[in-house]
Design a protein around this ligand. Structure first.
Ligand code: HPA
Length: 273
């Protein structure tokens, strides 16, 4: 990890405190940064290479906002998924790198299926909590005590103060933000309608195939986490239509304008906490 930090610091003089992981179809944000340096994951020691469609696979360090009031951010444009065959530890390698770079607050974004039918397609939802149904955990194996404790607390896996800040920012901008519980599954197939009924019964409002491992690793390292889902479709069996990855990516792109507006206002506030 030290080698990776040295490489990044040799390429960019910026010192981000806020890190962002961009989900499917939400990659546009990274293009809006100034003074940006892009480093493909394959060039970074300790990171695997990214393969999923819709995921670029590079770390972008850049600056956001007008001169004088600009803040530095680190962006993972593309993430590692368990369904691609990465180990849970590989999946969280980017978040661990963020921590080593000095990042304190982490924004995890994703595309998700809506189990709560009152979420419209394209709705942005603040993740209030998660249910880990991926069958694995990135913290199994010997614990690295220098990162965090053996049995980390997960009572506030998604920081309530970051959520409140996001909600008020959304309010000011006229962007509706809902709240919900995210169920993280292994994938890669979408769920069956019976699985969605099960997820609803156990208290999930959203379903996806990412985020929970990253959130666990971040909480282990005492980073504050904000999770934002973009609802790209109603979950299986709720709409009468079949699920299609192209539609997931398309809806992600359609909301990217709103999403950008939200992030542009929110990230400086997260930085200044
Ligand atoms: N299920 C799981 N993951 C998803 C979905 C879904 O319906 N939509 C976008 N990612």
């Amino acid at each position: 990890m030290r080698e990776a930090v040295e490489l990044i610091q040799a390429r960019s003089p910026l010192h981000p405190k806020v890190g962002l992981v961009l989900g499917s179809g939400l990659g546009a944000f990274a293009n809006s940064l100034e003074r940006s340096v892009r480093i493909p994951y394959r060039e970074i020691p300790g990171l695997p290479t990214s393969t999923a469609i819709g995921h670029a696979g590079e770390l972008v360090i850049g600056s956001l906002g007008a001169n004088g009031k600009a803040i530095d951010v680190a962006v993972m444009s593309g993430r590692f998924h368990l369904y691609e065959g990465y180990t849970p530890q590989q999946v969280v390698s980017g978040v661990r790198l963020f921590k080593a770079l000095g990042i304190q607050r982490l924004v995890l974004t994703n595309a998700a299926g809506g189990i709560d039918v009152s979420y419209g397609r394209g709705a942005l939802v603040l993740i209030s909590d998660h249910i880990n149904l991926q069958g694995v955990n990135p913290l199994t194996g010997p614990n690295d005590d220098s990162l965090g404790p053996r049995f980390p607390d997960m009572t506030e896996a998604y920081s309530s103060r970051l959520r409140a800040l996001a909600a008020s920012t959304g309010n000011e901008l006229g962007i509706t933000l809902r709240e919900g519980v995210y169920a993280g599954l292994l994938g890669p197939c979408y769920e069956t309608p019976a699985e969605i009924r099960f997820l609803k019964a156990i208290g999930a409002d959203l379903v996806g195939m990412s985020t929970v491992a990253e959130s666990i690793a971040a909480n282990h390292m005492k980073m504050e986490v904000l999770g934002i889902s973009c609802v790209t479709n109603l979950a299986a069996g709720l709409s009468g239509e079949k699920l299609d990855q192209n539609e997931v990516l398309e809806i992600g792109r359609q909301v990217s304008g709103t999403f950008l507006k939200l992030l542009n206002a929110l990230l400086p506030r997260l930085n200044d906490l």
